[in-house]
Design a protein around this ligand. Structure first.
Ligand SMILES: [Zn+2]
Length: 257
């Protein structure tokens, strides 16, 4: 690679990239839970985290936070961090900048004043423009560096094995306390993930310390990665395409047609 190529990559990753982990030898990990809060599963999860004195970050959907403000309060009161995961989970590169700003602000309003300035894009989909939308509103964008495909129907042993394979100092772990538009009821059931989490914490505590993303980011050099945008042509061939790009909604401030 030429020097210009290396400089370009460095700037792109370090300045415009998405947080994926921190570089550290200290045994710290940030667990993150997306798509909630859920009235049943989130409280169950909070109990497990409390049992092991573990802290986590919940990237909430505005639509769910609005429906369950009591659960939002409980999450914050237990010392966990709350991040923004949009109002209702569209793929950000597939919607316009105005709608993206609406999505982030509408979610922020439902978690205020408890929400942090951390944003996680639905499906991890990003483009330069969609990344800029979040940054210009003052958010940092957080992805992950470990996951156990917990949006698929798997048993707790399967999920645990994958998490144990991937957990290393400084990693950010993606899990879900709810699944937005689950393809089937088995996937909506979070019991296996919660059971796996209990086994994980039993295995790794007290060797590892489980901290919120805001705390993790203070504990080592932040490592950013560049995530290529999703292939629109490919997404358009999916039978559930509308899951990724719901019908366009006119932001409240737009003039009516
Ligand atoms: Zn999500």
């Amino acid at each position: 690679m030429t020097i210009i190529g290396r400089v370009f990559r460095r700037v792109r990753n370090d300045v415009l990239g998405t947080v994926s982990r921190i570089a550290t030898n200290e045994p710290v990990v940030a667990l993150t839970f997306d798509d909630g809060p859920h009235p049943v599963y989130t409280p169950q999860l909070l109990d497990v985290l409390t049992e092991y004195d573990a802290h986590a970050t919940f990237f909430m959907l505005g639509k769910h936070a609005e429906a369950h403000p009591d659960v939002v309060q409980r999450v914050a009161a237990a010392g966990h961090a709350i991040g923004n995961h949009t109002y209702d989970h569209p793929s950000f590169p597939l919607i316009g900048a105005r709608e993206r700003r609406w999505q982030i602000r509408a979610c922020a309003a439902t978690i205020a004043p408890l929400g942090s300035r951390l944003f996680r894009p639905p499906y991890g989909h990003e483009s330069l423009a969609s990344h800029a939308s979040a940054r210009l509103l003052g958010y940092d964008v957080v992805a992950w560096s470990a996951h156990a495909s917990d949006w698929e129907h798997r048993d707790s042993g399967w999920i645990l094995e994958r998490l144990l394979d991937q957990i290393e100092p400084g990693r950010i772990v993606l899990l879900h306390d709810a699944i937005y538009t689950p393809p089937n009821p088995e996937v909506a059931d979070r019991s296996a993930m919660i059971e796996a989490l209990g086994m994980l914490l039993e295995t790794l505590t007290p060797r590892y310390r489980f901290v919120t993303v805001p705390e993790l980011l203070t504990l080592g050099r932040v490592v950013r990665r560049w995530y290529p945008p999703p292939d629109r042509a490919f997404l358009a061939t999916l039978p559930n395409y509308e899951r990724y790009a719901p019908p366009r909604r006119r932001p409240p401030s737009a003039p009516s047609a």
